[in-house]
Ligand binder design. Structure first.
Ligand code: 1HN
Length: 354
């Protein structure tokens, strides 16, 4: 496309213009022509960095944090995954927050709610509960659990081992819109008012209540998508036919009511790549958070390859060519802001032949 080129200007003209800018600045006015190019760049210039957090390192730091303070003291004992391009900003990608949370045996992360939506992807431990608006669900590795905007939630570990998961929240998006509200519950643990499994029975079997209305507004009424079901579906796909060259075997977590993404601000999906498979290059306008629940492999972005193993968390920047390679059979959980971009008509991707 054409690049509009301004004619060069002499020093005197530049000085006269600068004097004008200085004059209007106190009136809270500024010349668009000096900044226009930066406001409407020809294509996105990604600000986030590609990065990988090794599970062994995160886990060791988490163990130290566990000895420093209780979950109750911390409210949430979480190590934030800070993108190196945004130190101190609690952002893993340009638009999403991510962290690793640990709840030790006997601990309770007390009940609260906030307008930010959260999702959990379970990494270690088996059987601690998260309670969401009066229903509890047991968490197992690979489960994808939602905490809808403004839903009460607390986490309780009555097992005898630590429970760890990846948290992803739309914190930066809500902050940009200045839509943050939060409050504490008057009890640490909210009371349970529905039997465990109720949501999955009602909404998660290819059936819907006759008057289907989500109790969670724009978020899927299924708040735990168990890994055993997701895995079974992906392995059936893998058996039935070839992988998509760019996406491998991929299924997205859907809201059964309208078939859209499971959450209004975060788009989660799961990819299975058979051993030896490399995806063809893709770039898309969303920065992506990834964790491998099973398998080892590598990702390449901007010409740099990084190896990953189980439970490592990595981020792949927006609008940067990327490929994924599986050394062993891989199951990868991924999440981005794609759903927001799609609603705004902004999401794009480009694909190259392998
Ligand atoms: C939060 O409420 C949780 O409920 C975890 O487990 C991480 C990060 C920022 C803001 C709220 C949780 C969070 C969070």
């Amino acid at each position: 496309m054409d690049q509009h080129q301004a004619a060069p200007v002499d020093a005197e003209t530049r000085a006269r213009r600068q004097a004008f800018y200085d004059k209007i600045a106190p009136r809270s006015l500024a010349p668009l022509w000096e900044v226009l190019r930066g406001l409407v760049p020809p294509e996105p210039k990604p600000k986030m960095a590609a990065h990988l957090w090794r599970w062994a390192e995160v886990r060791a730091c988490m163990a130290e944090a566990g000895a420093l303070l209780t979950a109750e003291e911390a409210e949430r004992r979480v190590l934030v995954l800070e993108n190196p391009a945004f130190p101190g900003q609690s952002r893993a990608t340009g638009t999403l927050y991510a962290g690793v949370q640990m709840v030790l045996p006997g601990e309770v992360a007390p009940a609260h709610r906030h307008t930010q939506s959260a999702l959990r992807f379970v990494l270690e431990g088996d059987g601690a509960y998260t309670n969401v608006n009066g229903e509890r669900t047991r968490m197992r590795p690979g489960d994808f659990v939602t905490t809808p905007s403004w839903a009460w939630h607390d986490h309780v570990n009555e097992t005898d081992g630590p429970m760890l998961w990846l948290d992803v929240l739309d914190v930066p998006i809500v902050a940009f819109l200045e839509g943050a509200f939060s409050e504490h519950h008057n009890a640490d643990r909210q009371s349970v008012s529905r039997p465990e499994g109720d949501a999955l029975a009602r909404w998660g079997s290819g059936l819907l209540p006759i008057d289907a209305k989500s109790p969670y507004g724009l978020t899927s009424p299924i708040f735990n998508y168990p890994y055993d079901r997701t895995r079974e579906a992906l392995l059936a796909l893998a058996k039935a036919g070839p992988a998509d060259p760019h996406w491998g075997h991929t299924l997205r977590y859907a809201n059964p009511i309208d078939g859209g993404w499971a959450m209004p601000t975060m788009a989660p999906w799961m990819t299975h790549l058979p051993a030896g498979f490399t995806t063809a290059p893709v770039r898309s306008t969303d920065g992506i958070i990834v964790t491998a629940i099973e398998g080892t492999g590598s990702f390449e972005v901007g010409g740099r390859r990084t190896a990953f193993g189980p439970k490592d968390v990595f981020v792949m920047p927006n609008w940067t060519w990327r490929t994924l390679t599986a050394d062993s059979d891989c199951t990868l959980f991924m999440v981005s802001d794609r759903v927001v971009q799609e609603k705004l008509g902004l999401w794009r991707d480009e694909r190259r032949a392998a």
